[in-house]
Structure formats: C-alpha cells, structure tokens
Design a protein around this ligand. Structure first.
Ligand SMILES: C[C@](O)(CO)[C@H](O)COP(=O)(O)OP(=O)(O)OC[C@H]1O[C@@H](n2ccc(N)nc2=O)[C@H](O)[C@@H]1O
Ligand SMILES: Nc1ncnc2c1ncn2[C@@H]1O[C@H](COP(=O)(O)OP(=O)(O)OP(=O)(O)O)[C@@H](O)[C@H]1O
Length: 289
C-alpha cells in the first residue's frame, strides 16, 4: 500500500512574542498561512515493524531526529500499530529556513498514516498529536490560514487571504530557531498589530494585510545573518507590496498583487541569492480521505 501526501511550507504574516513561559517556551501570537511550495511525502506500508526514512537532501536526517520519523513513531505507539512504514521525503522546502519544512513533513505523515492505517482520526486529534512533536506541527496538520497562540499549538482558523503572489528568497544559511528565541529581548519589543492583521484577513483587505506584516524575531536574526536586510531592501526596491522575514528566518518573502512584478523581484534576486521562488498562497484546509 502506498500514499502520496503534500507537505506545504508556511509563512508568518505576523509573529509576536508576549512573554517567556516557566517551561522555557515563549507565549506567541502568530498569523500563518500556507504557500504552494511543498515537499512530497511518499508513504509505503511495510509488513516488517520498522520506520525507514529516505531523502534526496543531505541536510535531512534519516533517523529519529527527523520530525517525520517522530510522527510515525508517535502514531504507532499511541495506536499500537505493529506494521512499519517507509517514508520518502522529496525535499523542495529549504531546510532550517523558517518555513516549517520539518513540521509540515511530520504533519503530512500524521495525515497520511491516518488514511493508510484507517485510523479514522479527526484533524483536531492529529493536531493534538502534532503538538507533541513541535510547536508548528498543529498548524501544519490543518494548513490554510490561522491565528496560532500558546506556544503555537492553539489554532483558530481564519479565511484565506486574498489571492496574491509570494516571492521567497533564502540566503542559503540555516538558522536555529532555539538560538533566535534565546537571543530575543522581550523588553522593548515593538508588538505587531495582530488584531489588525486578523481583521484585514477577515475583510479580504490586501493593502491592510501588507501594512500590518511584522515579525519580532526579524531584528534578532538580522544580527546573525545580515543578508536578510539586503534581501529585504532589494525586494522593496523591485516593487514588493510587503516584505518580511518568515518565522525565525532567514527566508524573506514578498507579497505581490501582480504576477509581472513578482517575476521582476524574482529576477532581481536570482544570482544574488541561492534559493529564490515565486509561488502562490494556498487557502483551504487539506481534505482527509
Ligand atoms: C519560529 C516559528 O517557526 C514560527 O512559526 C515557531 O515559533 C517555532 O516552531 P518550531 O520550530 O516547531 O519550534 P519547536 O520545535 O517546538 O521548538 C524549537 C525551539 O524553539 C524555541 N521556542 C519554540 C516555540 C515557542 N513558542 N517558544 C520557543 O521558545 C524553544 O527553544 C524550542 O526548543
Ligand atoms: N523532515 C525534515 N525536514 C527538514 N529538516 C528536518 C526534518 N526533520 C528534522 N529536521 C531537522 O530540523 C532542523 C530544522 O529544519 P526545518 O526545515 O524544519 O526548520 P524551519 O523551517 O526553520 O522550522 P520552523 O519554521 O518550524 O522553525 C534541520 O536542521 C534538520 O536537521
């Protein structure tokens, strides 16, 4: 038995940190949406009781450090499954880039194994399981657009933002999420207008969405990775409607209402940046089979 599952990347349209919690995590308020840059996850049921990971990307671990492996292990342990699975990861999302590649792979494995092993679990149950793997996994289980709170695992679905183009540029250096949160100084943060962003999305107001994009982790990553500033400047000069770093970075994205301008930005960054993409925002939730 075999199943193919798409694992789309996310971008943070706004990211606020409220305080550091006693458990070491940070209380956040984030608006996230999925884009059509996606890994392809192939799942093949094995009769032997083991989990195998294979990937074409040398930065992707092939053992229990892989979030996709942990997702399969969690499903097996929770529901006493004594079958195995081979997981092939066709990596399209840059690694350690602030685009939740690993989290989305894990979410795709949760959805896929739910189908393959006929477990009949709801998306809500899969999202609860996902929170045990990582803070971004619950969002990735649902996909679409959402306000995430708590440490990121509490999800309130929002309507899809107005259709637009998203240009992504990654300087080709990975950034550790843990390091960025550790170096954030909570006092003095200029908090994004999260409520305003949610309103803008609910009203389908593209201009207001562009005005309100903000990420409190951006200045922290900027210090470690000055390329982020250069990419932002170049995107703005080439005509982006909005420019922001996603998650803990270092990927920078532009929102652009017109295809021709999106390609102008893309062309201005090619050669300067290792990985540049033009994609669309996705809107809806994935269907369970
Ligand atoms: C930066 C974002 O990607 C934005 O969407 C997320 O907040 C991070 O999500 P993630 O990579 O799934 O994070 P996890 O794997 O749960 O945690 C990685 C590390 O980031 C830090 N972390 C993460 C989430 C959070 N709300 N507070 C934190 O302080 C912790 O040090 C943790 O050890
Ligand atoms: N399936 C996976 N794909 C990519 N990296 C993975 C995967 N599983 C584990 N990892 C490890 O996780 C680290 C972070 O990778 P990932 O691409 O998920 O980062 P990210 O996009 O910055 O995540 P986030 O936006 O959730 O903080 C990598 O350095 C890698 O070693």
């Amino acid at each position: 038995m075999y199943l193919l599952e798409k694992a789309p990347a996310k971008i943070n349209l706004s990211l606020d940190v409220l305080y550091k919690r006693p458990d070491g995590y940070h209380e956040v308020e984030m608006v996230m949406t999925t884009i059509d840059l996606a890994d392809r996850i192939e799942l093949i049921v094995l009769q032997e009781n083991k989990i195998e990971i294979e990937s074409d990307n040398r930065f992707v671990p092939n053992d229990e450090r892989n979030l996709a492996y942990r997702a399969a292990q969690l499903i097996k342990d929770t529901y006493n499954i004594d079958k195995g699975v081979k997981i092939y990861i066709d990596k399209q999302i840059p690694v350690a880039a602030g685009l939740a590649g690993g989290s989305s792979d894990a979410a795709a494995v949760l959805r896929g194994l739910n189908t393959l092993w006929e477990l009949g679990l709801s998306l809500d149950t899969l999202a609860e399981l996902g929170a045990k793997i990582g803070s971004d996994v619950s969002f990735c289980v649902y996909g679409s657009t959402a306000l995430s709170t708590g440490r990121g695992e509490k999800i309130k679905e929002l309507p899809a933002p107005p259709a637009c183009w998203v240009v992504l540029a990654n300087p080709g250096v990975g950034v550790s999420t843990q390091t960025i949160y550790q170096q954030l100084k909570i006092e003095g943060i200029e908090h994004p207008d999260t409520e305003g962003m949610v309103n803008a999305i609910e009203h389908g107001d593209f201009q207001s969405i562009c005005d309100k994009v903000a990420n409190v982790l951006e200045p922290v990553t900027l210090k470690l990775c000055p390329e982020v500033k250069q990419i932002k400047q170049q995107m703005a000069e080439a005509g982006a409607d909005a420019v922001l770093m996603s998650g803990s970075g270092p990927t920078v994205f532009s929102l652009v209402s017109q295809e021709s301008r999106a390609y102008r930005i893309y062309n201005s960054l090619r050669g300067f940046c290792e990985q540049v993409y033009v994609v669309r925002m996705l809107g809806g939730r994935p269907e369970l089979d």
